[in-house]
Design a protein around this ligand. Structure first.
Ligand code: ZN
Length: 198
């Protein structure tokens, strides 16, 4: 026998598919949502739908944006010859918050993970290599210091080395397995400034 109406069960099932939402949180959120005023629920649902419909990848750096080119790539004051490679848009946001990085980015949307079956072709690596055919002085690899992040950094460095472009890796001191977005700005800046050549 079903404990809840099938509508609630469906909502719980959908919510529990979201990252970081376990069965209990999904239940709590589902009951919260059905108790919300209808208007608020519509706003929430509308925001989800319109974000999905209007957000796309920047054609240059592949961050999430609502224009063809993101504001960073479109900015002529940024140093377009220095590219920082990050795993996701949240990591980009963390570096942008420091306000000290003047180059541009490349967002991989993931990291290589043999364990999870994620290979080089599953992230935006081809696109990075294409960008390097333009005029680039340095590629700063700022993937996380997790096993996946390190594997990805090694892989990218091996790919780029033959091109003669300078490849650097942000300094360690960023906690192992730590998501970049949770690291404070001072630590991020120190990691950037202390980057080493690969
Ligand atoms: Zn961009």
């Amino acid at each position: 026998m079903e404990y809840y109406s099938s509508h609630i069960s469906k909502l719980i099932e959908q919510l529990s598919r979201l990252p970081g939402i376990g069965a209990k949180s999904a239940q709590r959120l589902a009951f919260h949502i059905v108790n919300m005023p209808a208007e608020q629920v519509e706003q929430l649902a509308g925001a989800i739908t319109s974000a999905k419909a209007n957000v796309r990848y920047c054609k240059e750096c592949f961050t999430l944006t609502d224009q063809e080119l993101c504001p960073i790539c479109a900015n002529p004051k940024r140093n377009h010859r220095q590219i920082m490679v990050v795993e996701n848009t949240r990591d980009l946001a963390a570096y942008e918050k420091t306000g000290k990085y003047e180059g541009v980015y490349h967002v991989l949307h993931g990291a290589i993970s043999p364990m999870l079956g994620i290979g080089p072709n599953d992230i935006r690596l081809k696109e990075l290599m294409q960008r390097l055919q333009g005029e680039v002085d340095e590629v700063i690899i700022a993937t996380n210091s997790s096993l996946e992040g390190e594997t990805t950094a090694m892989y990218i460095s091996k790919l780029i080395k033959p091109t003669g472009i300078r490849v650097t890796r942000i300094a360690s001191g960023v906690p192992v397995g730590g998501d970049l977005e949770y690291i404070d700005e001072v630590t991020l800046l120190r990691a950037l400034e202390g980057r080493v050549d690969l």
